[in-house]
Write a protein that binds this ligand. Structure first.
Ligand code: CNA
Length: 363
């Protein structure tokens, strides 16, 4: 595992910084994926810190952290960093955002995405009320919804996960306008990196190159034997047959028969080393585009703040999330359906024809 998170020295707001210290510092002791909503994982969260918004930071000392993060140092850094430059970019419309993306000088766009980019492909997200996975897990008889993604639970009972895996099987879904938009950024030489929490592999399918794609929570496209660590592609016929035959896929190496676990990051597992490159990548961004995420899962959620106060950020989502709630001067929020928002943005960019060529190509 890569070195664990330290204070995000370029964070935008002092209150965000306090949030990040709470969540990232807890990550430095656990160094794993954690969910702010998860009841059984609540011990791993510094709830007091996460819910407290004092700009002084005096009452926000992290209690779960293994690091020495004093409230004084939080306050000092936060206050220094929360003052924006006078020339901070202010967007007044989506057209304005498009004009910024279109500039020749805009070459390092970082896209940060979540399950909301794949709902238009028919894959449910986690938290949308009614349609989200967490509202539809009753049939799996789980002790609590997140258990389906908890490693210890999977090892003792992989059946619920594989029932879900059958529904979410990789070759069932196709990319949509959100994936095409990121590919267009790449084609136009504007994509620095894409960080995605998604495990569905649609970013790969649309052709985001491996060196630009960071699948922070892994992927369902490959799997590893829990016993001998042999690697598999999930589309291997015997794995597919097992999943669709309601059986648990087992290792095919001689005498092994270990359970195969798709290479997704379960709660309690380490994130891929590549993820931690956000510390070098985010400060280089000349635009950050956040798409379809509740920003509820740490440490991923906090990377949106790991940039200069002057870096323009665009959020397209059904709801206002994370530090976008505090109204940063260089933020633009397009609240509503992602496909609608992106269609408008693509129109302002005059990329309609490129979009339709791309979508025809990938059919
Ligand atoms: P989430 O917590 O379910 O949040 C999704 C966000 O997207 C919410 O804010 C929704 O309001 C928003 N949203 C959903 N559909 C739309 C839409 N059409 N237009 C605009 N906004 C929309 O999901 P996150 O990604 O934030 O949470 C992280 C989890 C989800 C990761 O650990 C993933 O592994 C996990 N996940 C991934 C997939 C996938 O790979 N497709 C599916 C379900 C869950």
């Amino acid at each position: 595992m890569a070195e664990s998170s330290k204070i995000p020295e370029q964070a935008k707001h002092s209150s965000d910084l306090v949030d990040q210290l709470g969540s990232l510092s807890l990550d430095s002791s656990k160094a794993g994926r954690s969910d702010k909503d998860s009841p059984d994982l609540s011990e791993t969260l510094n709830v007091e810190v996460l819910s407290s918004k004092s700009s002084s930071g005096k009452d926000n000392k992290s209690s779960t952290s293994g690091e020495d993060l004093s409230s004084e140092s939080i306050s000092e850094q936060g206050d220094q960093l929360s003052t924006p430059d006078e020339d901070v970019k202010k967007f007044i419309s989506l057209e304005d955002v498009a004009a910024h993306i279109a500039l020749d000088s805009t070459k390092n766009v970082v896209v940060i995405a979540g399950a909301g980019i794949s709902t238009a492909s028919g894959i449910p997200d986690f938290r949308s009320p009614g349609t989200g996975l967490y509202d539809n897990l009753q049939k799996y008889d789980l002790p609590f919804p997140e258990a389906i993604f908890v490693l210890q639970y999977f090892v003792s009972n992989p059946k619920p996960f594989y029932t879900l895996a059958k529904e979410l099987y990789p070759d069932k879904y196709k990319p949509n306008i959100a994936h095409y938009f990121v590919k267009l950024l790449e084609n136009e030489g504007k994509l620095l990196h894409m960080f995605t929490q998604n495990i569905d592999g649609l970013e790969r399918m649309v052709g985001i190159p491996e060196n630009k794609l960071i699948e922070a929570h892994g992927t369902v496209t490959t799997a590893t034997c829990l016993k001998c660590r042999h690697k598999y592609t999930t589309t291997d016929t015997f794995i597919k047959d097992a999943i669709f035959g309601d059986k648990i896929p087992k290792c095919s190496q001689s005498k092994c028969k270990g359970i195969l676990k798709p290479d997704i990051v379960f709660f309690g597992e380490n994130l891929p080393d590549k993820f931690w490159n956000f510390k070098h990548i985010m400060p280089k961004a000349d635009m950050i585009v956040v798409l379809g995420t509740s920003l509820e899962v740490e440490p991923f959620a906090s990377i949106v703040d790991y940039c200069s106060v002057n870096t323009p950020r665009l959020l397209i989502n059904n709801e206002v999330v994370g530090s976008f709630k505090y109204g940063g001067g260089s933020d633009f929020l397009q609240i509503g359906d992602l496909s609608d928002g992106l269609r408008k943005l693509i129109k302002h960019l005059n990329w309609d024809e490129k979009l339709s060529a791309l979508s025809k190509q990938s059919v």
